[in-house]
Design a protein around this ligand. Sequence first.
Ligand code: GTP
Ligand code: MG
Length: 229
Amino acid sequence: MKKPDVKIVLLGDMNVGKTSLLHRYMERRFQDTVSTVGGAFYLKQWRSYNISIWDTAGREQFHGLGSMYCRGAAAIILTYDVNHLQSLLELEDRFLGLTDTASTDCLFAIVGNKVDLSEDQEKDEVSSEQASSSCVSTKVPKQVKLEDAVALYKKILKYKMLDEKDVPAAEKMCFETSAKTGYNVDHLFETLFDMVVPVILRQRAEGPPQTVDISDYKQPKQAKSGCCA
Ligand SMILES: Nc1nc2c(ncn2[C@@H]2O[C@H](COP(=O)(O)OP(=O)(O)OP(=O)(O)O)[C@@H](O)[C@H]2O)c(=O)[nH]1
Ligand SMILES: [Mg+2]
């Protein structure tokens, strides 16, 4: 198996659609999923780089594994369901702390999935016309607005003690997607891939992590006793 150059991790509450987003991107389809157990990873070749993308379990019982999966990550995708406010709140309360093991210059993307289930602005206009023609829409108003995700992004910067001018703008890092229709899914992953390429190049330039070989260690010669200047 090829060695990954860099790691991206999907985090978020159960049922928000992390696995479905990855399936949509990697396998180009939306299919039935089962709730993830532990975690799983995919390897994506992007240009000449190998990027590992880790899918994690949102279920509380696997929570303890989260920080292990985040270790050394170059980017983390914090995922919520746009129709479920609690899933956004959980990102701050339950998942943000897991990212402490990520790389110090880790990028954060905030992703609101399942937009296909909610009404958007343009459709609001259409639906008022439809209402008069007695057509019933099954769509519900979005519970979480993009501005809420932008606010969370800014909180993350504070938590990480990062300056807004040193990181990508919130508007660039907050996405709304639908794993079901494919809306914005390629854009999400490929924006992140482009952003982690400089990290790979930097790591290559720095070389492998410096380690100390303790077998090379030689006992210093004992100073002769009784010697003084
Ligand atoms: N309508 C709609 N349903 C979706 C979308 N994405 C996922 N789902 C459905 O939401 C449910 C949960 O999706 P998963 O991808 O398994 O969610 P998960 O975040 O991986 O959940 P855990 O593995 O338990 O953490 C499934 O029934 C999916 O079919 C989407 O974009 N739109
Ligand atoms: Mg899953």
